[in-house]
Design a protein around this ligand. Structure first.
Ligand code: ADP
Ligand code: MG
Length: 364
């Protein structure tokens, strides 16, 4: 129902978006994810009609809307700052979009009160925004965005002003509300965990380009390149530079301080003829052993953090004390290892990823 086709946006000489294409179905919750400056807000502003793309087309329900005014686009928007009107009561803030539409006072107040109830702020409608907590202001902004029953909802980092715990509550609530209303929603966030938690699909951007568009599972389990692999997941995927050595049917990954033999079942893209690769392994796909096992990698413990349910163990590969070859492992919390202890790592070889180091593209 929403389609971006080859959208590019330039600000002077600098390119904020490059050939962005995206299909969003009715009722979907899509997250635009990526580091600061990657073009998320620019994409949202183009959807809202607040910015014009330099090239490319925006379609709503099959119709080109590039030249449709923001007020005629039938969208509700929530910004990071909430942008509530400070001199209006909560009720008038929520009802404001209806006032703009010339809905009669009694009717718009009734509608605003209904939405306030849905968001559990109906006890606060007489207050001024300055008399509300951050979480309550956030709900007022959501209520205002929903007041005119928009076709879709655009949220730009709507939780970034909330403290960590409240963030989780609010994001769950936004998702619950979105599912209940079935409203097509696009959220901008730099927080991969937030995107994974709420979205049906995630478009991950870097330098104005979409790197991958898919379900949270797809992005997490089948990242198409190093950027996506490293961005998704916390603690991040371990990435190790290696040489790929081929010896008959045997393939060895040789890195600084280790050799790792690939299982013969691990398929590599046959088009890849190079030798410089990066090995990617998530922290929970590595196991620590106190004894050397077949195909295990020797390491030395440099840090142990008890996280409660599990332990985060950081190890160093090889003997070079100046190495930058560190690996993070998530282990069961009852594993006892101590600082400086020599250990051996085994990799869950079905779960590892191998990338072409030069292009960053996955080759497994
Ligand atoms: N009005 C503007 N004028 C010039 N450059 C801008 C403008 N808006 C955004 N940019 C640039 O475009 C890029 C993408 O910005 P933005 O979409 O706001 O990123 P994000 O929301 O992902 O942090 C950044 O490099 C930013 O500096
Ligand atoms: Mg932004």
């Amino acid at each position: 129902m929403i389609k971006l086709e080859g959208i590019s946006k330039k600000f002077g000489d600098s390119t904020a978006l490059e050939n962005v294409s995206l299909d969003i179905k009715r009722g979907e919750f899509v997250a635009l994810l990526g580091p600061s400056g990657c073009g998320k807000s620019t994409t949202l502003m183009i959807l809202a009609g607040l910015l014009q793309p330099t090239s490319g087309k925006v379609y709503f329900d099959g119709k080109i809307v590039n030249h449709v005014e923001p007020k005629d686009r039938d969208i509700g928007m929530v910004f990071q700052s909430y942008a509530l009107y400070p001199h209006m009561t909560v009720l008038d803030n929520i009802a404001f979009p209806l006032k703009q539409r010339k809905v009669k006072k009694k009717e718009r107040h009734q509608k605003a009160q209904e939405i306030a109830a849905m968001l559990q702020i109906d006890q606060l409608t007489d207050r001024m925004p300055s008399q509300l907590s951050g979480g309550q202001q956030q709900r007022v902004a959501m209520a205002r965005a929903l007041a005119k029953d928009p076709l879709f909802l655009l949220l730009d980092e709507p939780m970034s002003n909330l403290d960590a715990r409240l963030k989780v509550d609010v994001r769950d609530e936004i998702r619950r509300l979105q599912l209940k209303l079935g409203i097509t929603t696009i959220i901008v966030t730099h927080d991969q965990e937030e995107a994974m938690a709420v979205a049906d699909k995630i478009a991950i951007l870097q330098n104005g380009k979409i790197q991958q568009y898919g379900t949270p599972d797809e992005l997490f389990m089948k990242p198409v390149n190093l950027f996506v692999a490293h961005f998704m997941g916390n603690p991040p995927m371990n990435i190790l530079k290696c040489d790929l050595l081929r010896n008959g049917n045997e393939r060895i990954l040789r890195g600084d301080g280790f050799d790792y033999k690939l299982l013969s079942t691990k398929k590599l893209n046959t088009e890849f003829k190079g030798t410089k690769v990066a090995l990617g392994a998530r922290p929970h796909h590595l196991q620590i052993s106190k004894v050397q096992l077949e195909n295990s990698i020797p390491a030395k413990v440099v840090l142990v953090e008890q996280l409660g349910r599990e332990k985060l163990i950081k190890v160093m590969l090889g003997d070079n004390e100046n190495t930058t070859n560190f690996i993070r492992i998530l282990s069961p919390s009852d594993l006892n290892v101590s600082y400086n202890e020599r250990v051996y790592l085994t990799l869950d070889s079905e779960a590892i990823h191998i990338f072409d180091e030069e292009t960053g593209k996955v080759i497994t």
